[in-house]
Design a protein around this ligand. Sequence first.
Ligand code: ADP
Ligand code: AMP
Ligand code: ZN
Length: 222
Amino acid sequence: MNRRTFFVLLGVPGAGKGTQAKLLEDRLGIPQISTGDIFRYNLKNETELGILAKSYMDKGELVPDEVTIRMVEDRLTQPDAKGGAILDGFPRNLVQAQAFDKITEPYGGVSLVPLIHISDEEAMRRITGRRVCRSCGAVYHVEFNKPKVADVCDLDGGELYQRNDDKPDTVRNRLYVYYKQTSPLIGYYFAKELLVELDGNRPIDQVQDELMGLLGERDAVA
Ligand code: ADP
Ligand code: AMP
Ligand code: ZN
């Protein structure tokens, strides 16, 4: 079998999934696939998909499964994903999780599901202070993960902006959607003996070290 390694990062919005996934990409040699980033890219380029997604994203609701699943399937055909991927923000409900099991079955299925825990208060603090680079998507925080120069990306000098859905009202709905639709995946992956839980209330590099310990081991086995 042509084995690939698929890690699914779980956690409330703001838990640090994107931050950790971007650091893991280089270290593990497999790409981050963030469905939120792909939707935002489409939005920026005003594609049909981006325009459709915007109406859901602005409210903090999930984009329909059919569209989202097809998009991930398509992304996985690109050559950089031939060794697998780190999924960030997908799957987000049981229908997506079951579809992803089918998609990955020929490659040995999902390898491991790290769940990053933080409190809702911490999630609010992190999301409302989050800033993103307009050109490369790098993620910063106005207090916890500052760029060297305010509002400027360290990596490429791009302008940092606040996501439209990172305003407090939308964030509350996103947390609600997480508990209602995404949190059942914790039980789903626990039952498959794929879940590992981490304390996300620690500095970025500490969470990264623990993740590398867990994932690096699993990557070597796969
Ligand atoms: P997610 O992808 O889970 O929504 P992000 O990776 O975008 O979360 O992180 C949310 C915000 O919290 C960002 O502003 C990021 O800089 C900040 N952040 C991420 N990890 C930590 C951490 N361990 N401690 C403090 N702030 C963090
Ligand atoms: P994120 O960048 O993961 O915070 O996602 C931002 C928004 O994109 C979400 O609030 C949803 O509207 C949409 N989105 C991202 N991933 C998914 C997914 N797997 N299924 C449905 N909608 C998604
Ligand atoms: Zn940048």
